[in-house]
Write a protein that binds this ligand. Structure first.
Ligand SMILES: [Zn+2]
Ligand SMILES: [Zn+2]
Length: 246
């Protein structure tokens, strides 16, 4: 499958209409209108969590009896965001799509990901009364290396779907921090402290803001960003990520 894909990328556009490209997950030929990188079947089968969650941080619960109750962590210390939701666990097809989207030149996947998230969470009221969408920023060096900020692409797609304006550049990552992946939860908090800054507080003051990122791991990035937005005067900060790793 990999060889076929490489061949299709090298081909002239005219040849591509004769020799279609293939779904990067299941290998099926892409032919339906709007299909890019991944086929419609694989997208439909993305594992969305439909069970109960912590009403604040969105932690996935396995038991129906837990529905409506805040989780232990939120009871101990409520996060600065009012509520956060993730589409599903960072596993299976959802994880594969996010990895493709971030690392393999498949930025266009921000569109179907955002579309699934918008359909699911607009119905729950996450976009009600919203004034602004703010992507979790990357440090400018990191963004240059990657060529794009994945959270900003998701934010832009969500903005197009919802009609809520996105403001990139209002929240910035002023300090480049070591990759979070290698750190324990407590170290993550320390690593990020003071790393984010609001450059134009007037743009967020009094506004209901939705922070957008690709993956929720320990939540330390969202907590830090939401805290900064509140200090800058935001009325409320909500948060949305595509997948949750815990
Ligand atoms: Zn497929
Ligand atoms: Zn919680």
């Amino acid at each position: 499958m990999k060889l076929r894909f490489r061949l299709s990328r090298m081909m002239h556009p005219v040849a591509l209409t004769v020799f279609p490209s293939f779904c990067r997950l299941c290998g099926r030929a892409l032919g339906e209108p709007g299909e890019k990188v991944i086929c419609g079947c694989c997208l439909e089968r993305v594992e969305v969590h439909r069970g109960p969650v912590c009403p604040v941080c969105g932690r996935f619960y396995q038991q129906a009896a837990a529905a409506g109750h805040s989780c232990g962590q939120c009871l101990e210390q409520s996060p600065p965001f009012s509520w956060h939701r993730s589409l599903g666990p960072y596993a299976g097809r959802l994880k594969e799509i996010i990895l493709l989207f971030k690392y393999k030149d498949c930025e266009i996947l921000s569109r179907p990901l955002a579309s699934i998230a918008y359909r699911h969470f607009a119905a729950q009221g996450l976009f009600d009364g919203l004034d602004l969408i703010v992507p979790v920023p990357l440090h400018r060096k990191r963004e240059k290396q990657r060529g794009f900020n994945q959270a900003e692409l998701l934010g832009r797609a969500l903005s197009d779907l919802s009609g809520v304006p996105m403001l990139a550049g209002v929240l910035i990552k002023a300090r480049n921090t070591p990759a979070q992946v290698s750190l324990e939860a407590a170290e993550r908090e320390r690593n990020l402290r003071g790393a984010f800054e609001v450059r134009k507080p007037g743009k967020v003051a009094g506004r209901i803001t939705l922070l957008v990122d690709d993956v929720f791991t320990t939540g330390s990035t969202l907590r830090e960003c939401a805290g900064e937005l509140l200090r800058a005067g935001a009325r409320e900060v909500r948060a949305l990520t595509m997948a949750r790793a815990v």
